[in-house]
Write a protein that binds this ligand. Structure first.
Ligand SMILES: Cc1ncc(C[n+]2csc(CCOP(=O)(O)OP(=O)(O)O)c2C)c(N)n1
Ligand SMILES: [Mg+2]
Length: 249
């Protein structure tokens, strides 16, 4: 996009990404700009972890309630793939695994978009087991096109989107470091229509009391199921309060 802005306006296009995989995702765009002689300024940032002060809040579902419902459907033979975001800090911390390798996490590079493709692989390897993947509303869009692969290959899994209408893990760290947020809000998308357009099934959760029934139904489906859950991240300060800051910094 920065390349196109620059070329169309006769100026330098500017793009900003977070550190790690955010920056490495710029490579293709920068290689295109270089080979086509377009000036692009790419700024990569570092978001330090710090004491967290979160100011946003939603009249939605509490993370621990959601984890409680998720834990109830995780059997011994359930394989779980986590994406990256506030949802995975909550899940890693409070959703207990039954055995080693039950949960897959990208905890090195922390690459957004891994969960759903990993769920496809898990389903191919374990066609008779339950497969569950979890992402935020932002990370889901990083690999949403793989729903086409999933349906074509006939795999089954349940994917839960913790929907915050934001890149919340970046938002809460910006709040902690700078006292304000920038560039982290996301517009919504219709998860049910999106899922159906690929031949999957979609659900919009509107209250926590629906979760148990929808999850039970979802695991009975013979196509991939995407469940959209509006999440309340207003207690995210709890996530960092017991973390030894000298360790994370
Ligand atoms: C490919 C990639 N780009 C950027 C990042 C930086 N990053 C880490 S978490 C995050 C926000 C994730 O938002 P969302 O998926 O909506 O989850 P939430 O934190 O809102 O639960 C971003 C942008 C990353 N880890 N990977
Ligand atoms: Mg989000």
């Amino acid at each position: 996009m920065a390349l196109a802005f620059g070329r169309l306006t006769g100026t330098v296009g500017v793009c900003i990404a977070t550190s790690g995989p955010g920056v490495t995702n710029l490579v293709t765009g920068l290689a295109t700009a270089t080979s086509e002689g377009s000036a692009v300024l790419a700024i990569g940032g570092e978001v330090p972890l710090n004491d967290c002060v979160l100011t946003i809040g939603y009249d939605t579902i509490e993370p621990l309630r959601l984890i409680h419902e998720i834990r109830n459907v995780i059997t011994h033979n359930t394989h779980v793939a986590l994406d990256v975001g506030s949802h995975y800090i909550w899940t890693n911390r409070y959703c207990v695994a039954d055995h080693a390798r039950q949960f897959m996490v990208s905890n090195g590079q922390q690459t957004l978009g891994v969960a759903m493709p990993w769920a496809i692989a898990m389903s191919m390897l374990h066609p008779n087991d339950r497969v569950l993947s979890i992402s935020g509303d932002g990370g889901f869009l990083f690999s949403v096109m793989e729903l086409e692969t999933a349906v074509r290959e006939g795999v089954k899994f349940v994917h839960i989107i913790w929907n915050s209408n934001s890149y919340d893990m970046v938002a809460f760290q910006e709040q902690a470091a700078y006292g304000e947020e920038s560039g982290v809000k996301l517009g919504g998308y219709d998860v049910v229509k999106l899922a159906e357009s690929f031949g999957c099934k979609g659900y919009n959760i509107t209250s926590a009391s629906e979760l148990a029934q929808v999850l039970a139904q979802a695991f009975g489906s013979d196509v991939p199921v995407i469940i959209n859950v509006p999440v309340d991240y207003s207690r995210n300060h709890r996530l960092m309060q017991d973390v030894i800051q000298s360790y994370v910094n």
